[in-house]
Design a protein around this ligand. Sequence first.
Ligand SMILES: [Zn+2]
Length: 380
Amino acid sequence: MRAVMALSGGMDSTGLLMRLLADGYKVDCISYEYGQKHNIELERAKANIEYLNQHGIDVIHSIVDLSSAMGIFESALLKGGEDIPEGHYEQDQMKATVVPNRNAIFASILYGYALSIALRENTNVVIALGVHSGDHAIYPDCRPEFYSALEHAFIEGNWDSEKVSFHLPYIEGDKELILRDASLAIGALNLDFDVVFANTNTSYNPDEFGRSSGTSGADVERILAFHAIGRKDPVQYVNSWEDVLESALRTEASHKDKQYLDRLSDLQYQVTRKSATEPAFSGMYWDEKRHGNYRCICCDHLLFESKSKYDSGCGWPSFHTEHESSGILRIADNSLGHSRVEVKCASCDAHLGHVFEDGPADFGGERYCINSASMEFEEE
Ligand SMILES: [Zn+2]
């Protein structure tokens, strides 16, 4: 099995390389020098290839110099470009880090290389790329539609194109999935996870010693991915791991908050994110009697079924039992000078209401007193 791939020196392509090797592919890698400010990534890519060689894994690695062509492009990512924006990777200002037509150029070269190998070795070759859904918002040239159109054009424009195909295993996944998969592949190859990922760079603005800033959108996404799989990122940051993690979590929380503000009504936002209470007998569902499911307004998580709803007379939707899979969180709440138990969505932490001990005895004696504004009803 033959593969060629773009090894940027970042974590996505490095993870992909590990997966291909674990699956038994013979891999040729191309890294591109294109005038990027963070060309420390090329040194990291070389270090990983060397590490693989030391462990008896042979990977052919070429560094292709495109800096004279792409050096005249305009992007914050390129030397001479404006400063790298900071913040969440899905925010609009991250568009400054797009390099015009970059992936079309990279994929074009890979296709020519793959076809050359296919003819020379008389074999089929896959072009493997570590693109993933986290890149879709800001980078149109990481989306599935783009690669499908590109492949179509390459097939039209080449002889023997049946020997070459694209392989994008993470296109619908995210950085967390890539790390989890890389961890399995690295285990299968008997390599060291921390060595492999210390030999990568994701930061768009590393300092002069090659340490990641932790502040560019790409950094934040990477830090959250390591956090999600319960590991410390082995790459060096300007600040301690604890500090960069805290700051990435803050960036993520404020990004989510902006999304809730955009998407929810004022009342829904105040109730779910600020623990407000809607006036009694005012909500959409206190008198709702149809059959169906009640889901979290913020994240769609299933909370209650209509069969556990009953008329308590309190003016808010009342349920005696939560859905068996909802896992609603219970938190002591002393905000009104007496103790109550607040209930929150297990999946997104949305405030839902409170649970009291005056429910129907036949069903366990509890009453979930829930704000209509925190739920969406779905009729069956
Ligand atoms: Zn939720």
